[in-house]
Design a protein around this ligand. Structure first.
Ligand code: GLA
Length: 717
């Protein structure tokens, strides 16, 4: 069992790490250690450090009358308001007497095989390969019961934490902040890595020093958003891709979140993560429970690469669900960038036919197929526009199927256009604050899916469409955020409503492949991946921009989850300037497809486009289910490279993003190979050691254009 208790210390062990905390003085849950695996008889009872006469108890609160240990020296696993811990609390609650002080006592623990269902929150799941520790605490005065959950996926090196708050009193309790996890890590010399950006430049990597400040990232938008991702890592200052300690925190949640790292004056850095407490207040009525979303924690003693590998494997195997979890994802052709709203049956079938000729496997009909949708209207009216598609979806799907391809369809189910039949019938169904302006964005409003009748309507109408034709893929889009909400509970209730809908729909249609999208990658988070195993990474299909976006995304998310297409920007770009090639190499580094009017390609371009489909078919298992290694970062220079490795084959991609004459030697050291094995690389046989330690030289050609890239297969002999 990877969880045991010894001398009041709770030990959680993964295959390569130990996580230890204790019950200190029967009152505090104190964090003792998280790092490389210790021996199973490790005893850390000498922590916390005593301060004999050297801490004045006028500024620090002693834990008892001996004045030797102070609250601010305890590394907390759970922190409350009151009692002398002044860093960010895990829980901030208001009780019937208006007090916000919480005083928890320990009531026991339980260890068991498996993992508790924390629905309505989505989460990682166990298939006989996880164990859980539950710790029970109680605020006796208010009768608030707190259950801390720690699930360990031993083989995956990951620990998942969440908290359940249960009101066991007769009165209401108000949760003002109910975070998912607190960890105090020893030392204050860390940096915080986060993934920031905006529309069309999602998940760029930024590192900021934490030291003694409180560094916070958050979203207040009602969805995780383009600007920040629900992830942070704490890094030793010298840590990099392959060296140094890294502590990763990833939140399985799609709504407004917060994550902070805060260095304290007493030498600890506190990480706190959970639902954003800004504009949040949750009434917990008598007998009710509140589930916080799960935080997935990953430790690496040797840089970001190992941490990413932990997330990639765990999210691919234990977060993504359903038929497509372990299945190769189809190469698709999507019409959006090619046609936008301007299409008819013939145009679509022409594109699909070209796609079939290239060997693509799925045709996706994007926005504009329903009601009067030719621009900013009709969201909510999910019936076919018979002007554009007189023979309906069934006919179209049949035609596409006859070409040997699957048929997929775009929806934006959470939205309502003011100019729609639905809005005219139900003007109160949108998220709004009574008597306030309803801010339109992209000329649309958001449906209040915290309401059951609204959810039922959406589910019914979408179900009818999905049953009306052979639809095997759905792109679920969401193109705006929440603005005026009616209460401080509504944003979280909205997210719960979303998860309920997705749960129902994915259960009802287990064979459909769902891909999420939010104005590109505005909701690329683990919560959404529980239901939809792939996400459209960004609306930006410029390949050089994509390198940074995909590189940043890969810090947490495996390439199989990243929709990445050759966009219409590639039309007219074959040949000498290599641009089409760069587009294809970037797109092949994820879940590959085309998104343009293939009829606009010249014959030469079509031939080139087909060669990428053929190549991707060959390397797809390695790209989608292999290990991913970042080699050269777009955030550090003009050369970018990465590779994918599985047991018998590796694929190396190298990009040069700036034109260069007479440059420095470029040598790339491969990763993840077997040192002693023999590989075929670039027509020659080399040992894994040669390829990894000495590296491979990337030819520098003189060229006139601003991009050059190559793909190399490395085959084990
Ligand atoms: C969003 C998506 C695009 C496309 C359009 C359609 O912007 O990110 O991929 O589906 O909506 O309106």
């Amino acid at each position: 069992m990877p969880i045991w208790v010894n001398d009041n210390q709770f030990h959680i062990e993964t295959s390569r790490t130990s996580y230890i905390f204790s019950l200190y003085k029967n009152r505090y849950l104190t964090h003792l250690y998280w790092g490389k695996k210790l021996s199973s008889d490790a005893n850390l009872s000498y922590i916390p450090t005593e301060f004999i006469y050297s801490r004045p108890n006028a500024t620090h609160v002693p834990v008892d009358e001996t004045n030797r240990v102070f609250v601010s020296d305890l590394a907390m696993e759970f922190s409350v308001v009151g009692g002398g811990d002044y860093a960010t609390p895990t829980l901030h609650a208001r009780y019937a007497d208006n007090s916000t002080v919480t005083e928890l006592s320990f009531e026991g623990y339980m260890v068991y095989e498996g993992k508790r269902d924390i629905s309505p929150m989505p989460s990682t799941y166990s298939e006989g390969d996880a164990q859980t520790l539950e710790i029970y605490l109680r605020d006796k005065r208010s009768n608030l019961k707190v259950t801390l959950l720690y699930t360990v996926f031993c083989k995956y090196d990951a620990i998942c934490r969440s908290i359940i708050y249960k009101n066991e009193s007769q009165d209401d309790i108000y949760l003002l902040s109910a975070q998912s996890a607190t960890v105090d890590i020893s030392g204050t010399n860390y940096e915080m890595l986060h993934l920031c950006g905006d529309w069309a430049r999602e998940r760029h990597i930024e590192r900021i020093p934490v030291n003694h400040a409180r560094c916070v990232i958050d979203s207040k938008r009602g969805m995780s958003g383009h600007m920040e991702n629900p992830f942070i890592a704490l890094l030793e200052k010298n840590a990099g891709e392959y060296m140094g300690e890294v502590f990763g925190f990833s939140l399985v949640y799609s709504g407004s979140f917060t994550a902070s790292a805060e260095g304290t004056s007493c030498g600890k850095t506190r990480v706190t993560m959970g639902i954003n407490d800004f504009n949040f207040e949750w009434r917990l009525a008598s007998g009710e429970e509140f589930m916080t979303p799960e935080v997935v924690m990953a430790y690496s003693p040797c840089g970001l690469s190992r941490m990413s590998g932990i997330y990639h494997r765990l999210y691919r195997d234990k977060l993504c669900r359903g038929r497509y979890r372990g299945a190769l994802r189809p190469m698709l052709i999507n019409n959006w960038e090619g046609t936008t709203f301007d299409f008819d049956e013939k145009k679509l079938i022409d594109i699909a036919r070209e796609g079939a000729d290239l060997g693509l496997e799925l045709f996706v009909l994007d926005d504009g197929w329903f009601a009067k949708r030719n621009g900013a209207c009709s969201l909510g009216d999910w019936y076919v526009n018979t002007d554009k598609l007189p023979r309906g979806l069934e006919y179209l799907a049949k035609e596409v199927n006859a070409l040997g391809m699957k048929f997929g369809l775009w929806f934006e189910p959470e939205m309502i256009s003011p100019d729609s039949d639905l809005y005219r019938a139900h003007p109160d169904w949108c998220v709004h604050a009574k008597g306030r302006r309803r801010t339109e964005n992209r000329s649309q409003l958001v449906l209040d899916i915290s309401r059951e009748e609204v959810r039922e309507y959406i589910l019914d109408t979408i179900t009818k469409v999905l049953q009306s034709a052979n639809i095997e893929y759905v792109k679920w889009d969401c193109n705006r955020t929440l603005t005026e909400t009616s209460s401080m509970e509504q944003p979280h209730r909205y997210v719960i409503g979303l998860y309920k809908m997705l749960d129902t729909l994915t259960t009802r249609f287990p064979d459909i492949l769902f891909e999420s999208c939010a104005g590109g990658g505005g909701r690329f988070d683990p919560g959404i991946l529980c239901y939809m195993p792939q996400t459209w990474t960004s609306d930006n299909t410029d390949p050089i921009a994509r390198l940074a976006i995909q590189y940043g995304t890969s810090i947490v998310y495996p390439p199989i989850t990243m929709g990445s297409h050759v966009g219409s920007i590639a039309v007219g770009m074959a040949g000498e300037n290599q641009f089409l090639n760069t587009c294809a190499m970037a797109a092949m580094s994820g879940n590959f497809g085309y998104e343009l009017d293939l009829n606009l390609f010249s014959e030469a371009e079509k031939a080139q486009a087909k060669s990428y489909v053929d190549l991707y078919r060959k390397i797809r298992p390695t790209i989608q289910y292999g290990e991913f290694y970042r080699l050269e970062s777009p955030f550090e220079g003009d050369n970018v490279s990465w590779m994918f490795v599985d047991s018998d084959r590796a694929v190396l991609f190298t990009f040069q993003t700036k034109k260069m004459i007479n440059g420095e030697e470029r040598r790339v050291k491969l990763r993840g190979l077997d040192e002693n094995a023999l590989y075929e690389y670039n027509g020659e046989r080399r040992t894994g050691a040669e390829l990894m330690l000495a590296g491979v030289g990337i030819a520098l050609e003189r060229y006139e254009y601003a991009s050059r890239c190559r793909v190399y297969e490395v085959i084990k002999k």
